[in-house]
Ligand binder design. Structure first.
Ligand code: ADP
Ligand code: ZN
Ligand code: ZN
Length: 729
């Protein structure tokens, strides 16, 4: 029998192999390919190449693993088609766990050999009979036999030596504790109850998308937990996708409180052993609830019953890597193939989701109130042109420093400190300063590999490129004019704001939270825990602060530079800023005391900031919708980015120009570019961008495919397609 085996390599087609015996689509097999030995999956039955039969290799072995389901295979094909990625690379996301295909670890267990006590010349005894009884239905190891039959090890040893018990090798499987749907039910408010019962009613009833739209602090997690419980009661598996699994310590605690155990986890930092155990437990249906990053969407669930996408607006669900895809959207597709419900939970849905609700494609349940006594915070705009930060004397009298906090915000921080309440300052910039410049010669320190300035990280004593990770120790003198004290930090990062807080409030307990090259998740969890315990007065951080934390005693949030995100020119800059600032603001006043948010800006009239201050999401959405409709941008049109990159500028530029000359342009299709990308050089590669925009009803993938076919691309030049692009760097 000849079958087509799809391999985890950048190809779109399976390769022919011979199978001795039976094989069915979905079977996982090991084959040799070139000089390599690889796992693959039987994709098609029958021969598809015109290779001579004698040239077709035989598969090495068929793995003793559950086959990939038809639903999963359809999903893999869809993801490849839609995102214009090679089929094999999408498969690779499913079977990338090396350990799954290694020989499994075996445990020695014992079973009854069939030889009676009499035949073995052993006397009857109660203890021996209990052992025989205990092993009637399944093998166990020595400890288990001792505990289960209530006998000593010597009894067991005698029976083994006499041949009444014989050893068997059984695959060692890690236990995944099973969440208990009724472990600790939570009493929901009427509003929550109504939302929950709707979500619960969808479980087991086929495909459906519901937006769980609730203001920050309304208890969305408690509400969707009810749907999780229902799926568990039906014996189904649940996938919960979260933006950053490193930040879920609080969430995990709540899950454990509700269901009695922690769920299985899936993310990039897992070791091979854990990955292997988890992959197998998911495939065999032993792991019931899995919480994971976007990559968890590609696991081979045996019996998936529900998907939840928590903070579904979050941009981290968009992957920009070997395969570009939007995890939230692909999760909806997977739910459709599996015929199960999916919940998108957020306080700030993206426009695509909003429009899907309006068009009736998605259902919606809303939570308008914060839980218990909590009310939404008041948001005050500070005009930095009027309310100018004053220069700050260094405590040692050695001169003054620029300041980043307006007198109003400084005063508010002081009052909050005096009251003993917690504050948070948000600035979406890591490190100490985004740029180092020489006062004597004007030289700006740039990354040697990218068109980007190096960011000063004073705590780590490094200059770091945030695009490629290049780092050097902070130089003592200007690398250009060698002036010994010319170098100056320009602009603020979170470390610098923390320094200002130290100068102004030396007694305040401050912490910095930033997802950095220099911090790890352990440190981050510790800071969050300290904040929860009330051991931090002022927490200063980057967008990591926006991710769903619940600090009941936090009453003041200061947004140091509300304009930062608005300066980007990309399509989603306004939406992203609105979401980010709403989420950060949403951390304030989640307990009994009301919160206040101060938003520092140079453009107080800006419509995004006005809508934020008025707590008027609808107004923002209407505005955003209008703009995108006029520009025919998603969701009212489709976009694809084409990025051309290569080590040789001339060759790369030529290819980009050629693509531009061959670009489709009709009444419904337009192409912009090529233009040098905003980060023109990235990791030593020159980059050009083109942007294809089509009407909504056009299959943009087909247009791109047809277009790219017309241009010959030299070997060293890479042409990458990003459907529904999010970043425009
Ligand atoms: P959201 O995700 O909507 O921002 P959360 O789910 O984090 O809100 O809920 C905010 C806080 O209120 C959490 O500490 C949560 O445990 C608590 N909470 C919400 N609903 C209830 C409830 N019905 N009973 C007890 N605590 C609740
Ligand atoms: Zn200089
Ligand atoms: Zn760089």
């Amino acid at each position: 029998m000849i079958v087509g085996v799809l391999l985890p390599l950048p190809f779109n087609e399976p390769f022919d192999y011979r199978v001795e015996g039976e094989a069915a689509p979905g079977d996982l097999v090991r084959v040799s390919f070139g000089r390599e030995v690889l796992p693959g999956v039987v994709w098609t039955i029958g021969k598809s190449s015109n290779l001579d039969d004698s040239k077709i290799k035989t598969i090495i072995e068929k793995f003793n693993l559950p086959p990939l389901s038809a639903e999963l295979r359809k999903f893999i094909s869809f993801v490849a088609q839609y995102n214009m990625a090679p089929l094999g690379l999408v498969l690779k996301m499913v079977i990338s766990v090396r350990g799954v295909f290694d020989d499994p670890k075996m445990n020695v267990m014992y079973e009854l050999s069939g030889k009676t006590l009499a035949e073995a010349k052993l006397k009857n005894s109660d203890a021996r009979w209990r052992v025989m009884d205990f092993l009637k239905f399944a093998p166990f190891n020595r400890q288990e036999i001792a505990a289960g039959a209530g006998v000593g090890q010597s009894v067991i040893k005698t029976m083994i030596d006499a041949g009444v018990l014989r050893p068997v090798l059984v695959e060692a499987k890690k236990d995944f504790s099973v969440p208990n749907p009724v472990f600790q039910k939570v009493k929901l408010t009427d509003e929550q109850e109504a939302a929950a019962s709707l979500l619960v009613s969808e479980i087991g009833n086929g495909f459906n998308v519901t937006l769980l739209d609730g203001v920050t602090g309304s208890g969305k997690t408690e509400v969707y937990f009810e749907a999780v419980a229902k799926a568990l009661e039906q014996g189904r598996q649940v996938l919960i996708m979260v933006p950053e699994i490193g930040l879920t310590a609080q969430w995990l605690k709540r899950f454990e409180k509700r269901f009695g155990v922690v769920p299985a986890k899936w993310h990039s930092a897992l070791g091979n052993r854990e990955r292997t155990d988890t992959w197998k437990a998911v495939a065999e249906g032993r792991a019931k609830v899995l919480v994971g990053a976007r990559s968890a969407l590609f696991l081979p669930y045996r019996n998936l019953g529900l998907i939840v996408v928590d903070e579904s607006h979050d941009q981290s669900f968009k992957q920009e890597d070997a395969v570009n895809y939007q995890g939230r959207d692909m999760a909806v597709v997977r739910a459709k193939y599996e015929q199960i419900p999916i919940i998108l939970s957020t306080a700030t849905p993206d426009l695509e989701t909003v429009v899907n609700v309006e068009e009736g494609k998605y259902d919606v349940v809303e939570l308008h109130n914060r839980f218990a006594a909590a009310v939404l915070p008041e948001i005050k705009i500070i005009d930095l042109k009027q309310d100018k930060p004053l220069r700050l004397m260094r405590p040692d009298g050695s001169g003054s420093e620029p300041s980043w906090l307006s007198p109003t915000l400084t005063e508010a921080l002081k009052e909050n400190l005096d009251k003993g309440e917690q504050s948070m300052l948000f600035l979406n910039r890591r490190g100490y300063a985004p740029l180092v410049i020489c006062r004597d010669c004007g030289h700006r320190i740039q990354c040697p590999n990218c068109t980007a300035w190096l960011t000063e990280h004073r705590k780590a004593n490094r200059l770091i490129c945030h695009h490629c990770g290049y780092m050097v120790p902070i130089p003592q003198e200007c690398p250009e004019c060698h002036s010994p004290n010319g170098l100056t930090a320009c602009g603020p990062g979170v470390e610098r704001v923390a320094e200002e807080i130290k100068y102004r409030f030396p007694l305040a307990r401050t912490k910095v939270l930033s997802s950095d090259f220099t911090t790890n998740f352990q440190e981050v969890s510790e800071v969050i825990a300290a904040m929860e315990r009330g051991e931090v007065d002022i927490l200063i951080g980057t967008q990591i602060l926006a991710k769903g934390h619940h600090f009941p005693a936090l009453t003041l949030v200061g947004i140091v530079d509300a304009d930062l995100g608005l300066m980007g020119s990309d399509l989603r800059a306004a939406e992203r800023t609105f979401q980010l600032l709403s989420q950060v603001s949403g951390r304030a006043g989640r307990g009994e005391k009301k919160g206040t948010v101060y938003l520092q800006t140079l453009y107080p009239e800006n419509a995004v900031l006005q809508a934020l201050a008025a707590n008027d999401r609808c107004k923002f959405i209407e505005l955003e919708k209008k703009t995108r409709r006029i520009l025919k941008m998603p969701p009212f049109g489709k976009l694809a980015a084409v990025i051309v990159s290569g080590p040789n500028q001339e060759e790369t530029e030529k290819t980009a120009i050629l693509l531009g000359q061959n670009a489709p342009n009709t009444a419904y299709i337009s192409t912009l570019g090529p233009a040098p990308a905003p980060i023109f050089m990235l990791r030593n590669k020159y980059r050009y961008r083109l942007l294809l925009k089509t009407a909504k009803n056009i299959k943009i993938q087909d247009v791109v495919r047809d277009w790219l076919k017309r241009v010959r691309v030299p070997g060293r030049v890479r042409v990458e397609v990003d459907i529904d692009p999010y970043s425009f760097y």
